[in-house]
Design a protein around this ligand. Sequence first.
Ligand code: TYD
Length: 243
Amino acid sequence: MLGRHIVVFPSEIVDMSDAIGHPTARFITFEGGEGVGKSTQVRRLLTRLNRAAVAAVRTREPGGTPKAEAIRTFILQGRSESWGAGAEAVLFAAARLDHVNQLIAPALDDGKWVLCDRFHDSTRAYQGLTGGVDETLIKALETLALNGRQPDLTLVLDMDPEVAFRRLEERALEAGLVATGDRFEKEDLVWHRRLRDNFLDIAEANAERCVVVPADQSEDQIEDMIWSVVHARFGDQIASVPR
Ligand code: TYD
């Protein structure tokens, strides 16, 4: 498993502070299993980009627009579970189409970078490869929902699901909650191990777009790794700023 990690170390950061032009808006997605710390890293990258004078917005899937948030609530409450993975793939795609048309595409066209917590690779991994939905349907739904937009970079946060679930439980305890698990969190460990492998396969098959980030490290270390990846890709558009 480890051999498949693509790690870019902070020492590879190139100082491009003199090279800031008018930035081309970039679309960056964050993917991975449950509890790997995506949301924290989306927030951290947003802050760092803003400090580098890059206009950026943060959003999430399913969700990001009122219609897509309504679909999110419906799915995560488990109300579509009995409809099967195929119908859920259709629901995620419907939410995504609205999200792309109403938020993602307008922001990019306006010159803003978009950071999205989950996107189409989640449908590929959860409903397609892990849920068994036929690849032809997944591809057709992608064509519909992406509407010609593709992420420029996908960061796949990778962690042993057992460790991730322990962290989720600890966080719930700290917040005085009982970790009950939503629609997908309650699947068993074997399922989540398969999901992890499927995300790694997606990253391997799309190596020009995806970078696997080992997520079992401190938040600061992960932030630095992500910043070095972003800077290596788009450094001609952004200044190098410290954490
Ligand atoms: P969320 O609470 O946002 O989980 P996380 O913090 O792990 O992102 O719930 C989103 C859930 O929906 C998560 O279990 C992954 C799942 N999902 C899919 O199954 N398919 C999809 O296309 C998307 C976007 C999410």
